[in-house]
Design a protein around this ligand. Structure first.
Ligand SMILES: [Zn+2]
Length: 355
């Protein structure tokens, strides 16, 4: 239910009309929800105070959202808060909570409230008589709902700090039951990590770091093995070069892990085989790959264009691609068509040579 104030009357707005308009209604506050909101809202006061202590007086409230599950607070500040600053704000708020400062609530003329150092909030309209809310040294003008002593808030934890506009930061935080949920969730993750790594809490971090290092080393090893395999493959391919039509032909279906390996291979062969015509097809994890490499002298002498040829040949693998005169590659959905694509490319090349 939305609640608004008009002409000093408090109005509750229902989403739809009740079925029986002639009966008496009793409005009841959802106590638990209200209680959670009170805690989150009151903590916003304490946090506002703490932010000014830690970051300085330039901190001004730019917006505030309080729900029963969390609080969100926007304020002016020009850089990302450091971990130390966040910890300092949490420490001040939690100290104020443990101090269990009682709420001091007063109605007084606005001039008098300002003399008491009360902070007026962004976007609020104030009458002549205002409500001053004080917890310890935090003094604000506020019409919201508050705990009667800060100890009720239970605990305060910042869950995120981010930028929402130039010079405006947003803090999200939890209190009371929300804070307990937050701690429980985080502790559960740590416990699961402990079980996975079979270590105590203090060793979880080093276990993850070890795993990362090991992973990095293994990746390097795999790369080394792949390089060796490609070298082996290149040497095998050089044995299969066929001389015809005044060129050194290699028309092959390759078994490789990724398209980059074919490209590497093509460039290496180009450097080592004179008058090279290299046309390769590969089935890489269910996807078809085509690669064409021509020796520069053939491109110049015969006007061969790898990009043009691959565009036609790629139709056989239901794909597309392109490239330069000497090198081109294509990808496609149909690995079954690789053989036909190779034949098509060969046909086109011979045609061009004979032209
Ligand atoms: Zn308030």
């Amino acid at each position: 239910i939305d609640t608004i104030k008009e002409h000093n009357e408090i109005i509750h707005v229902l989403p739809k009309l009740p079925e029986h308009l002639d009966v008496t209604f009793k409005a009841k506050i959802a106590a638990q929800r209200r209680d959670d909101i009170k805690k989150n809202h009151s903590a916003t006061h304490l946090m506002h105070f703490a932010l000014r202590q830690v970051l300085g007086d330039h901190v001004q409230q730019k917006g505030s959202l309080v729900t029963d599950s969390h609080l969100s607070f926007d304020f002016s500040h020009f850089q990302k808060m450091t971990d130390e600053e966040i910890a300092a704000v949490e420490a001040i708020v939690n100290e104020l909570i443990r101090k269990n400062s009682t709420l001091n609530e007063e109605q007084l003329p606005i001039e008098e409230a300002k003399k008491r150092g009360a902070m007026a909030l962004f976007g609020e309209k104030y009458g002549d008589i205002v409500r001053l809310i004080q917890f310890d040294k935090s003094v604000e003008l506020c019409g919201g709902t508050h705990v009667s002593a800060t100890g009720e808030i239970g605990a305060f934890k910042i869950t995120s700090e981010s930028s929402i506009a130039s010079g405006v930061r947003r803090i999200e935080a939890v209190t009371g039951r929300g804070a307990m949920d937050f701690f429980d969730k985080n502790i559960t993750v740590i416990k699961e990590l402990e079980q996975l790594f079979k270590v105590g809490t203090e060793k979880v971090l080093t276990s993850v770091q070890h795993l990362q290092e090991e992973n990095k080393a293994l990746k390097l090893q795999i790369e080394q093995y792949q390089k060796t395999a490609i070298l082996q493959l290149k040497n095998d391919l050089k044995q299969k070069v066929v001389e015809k039509e005044g060129a050194s032909w290699l028309l092959v279906k390759l078994d490789v892990e990724n398209a980059n390996q074919v490209k590497d291979l093509a460039y290496q062969l180009k450097g080592e085989v004179e008058n090279l015509i290299f046309v390769a097809g590969a089935d890489i994890a269910g996807k078809a790959n085509l690669t064409i490499m021509f020796a520069q002298e053939l491109v110049e002498k015969l006007g061969l264009h790898a990009g043009n040829i691959i565009r036609e040949a790629a139709k056989e693998i239901q794909g597309g691609g392109g490239g330069q005169p000497f090198f081109a590659s294509a990808g496609g959905r149909n690995p079954e068509g690789i053989q036909k694509a190779l034949e098509k490319a060969e046909e086109m090349i011979i045609e061009k040579i004979k032209a």
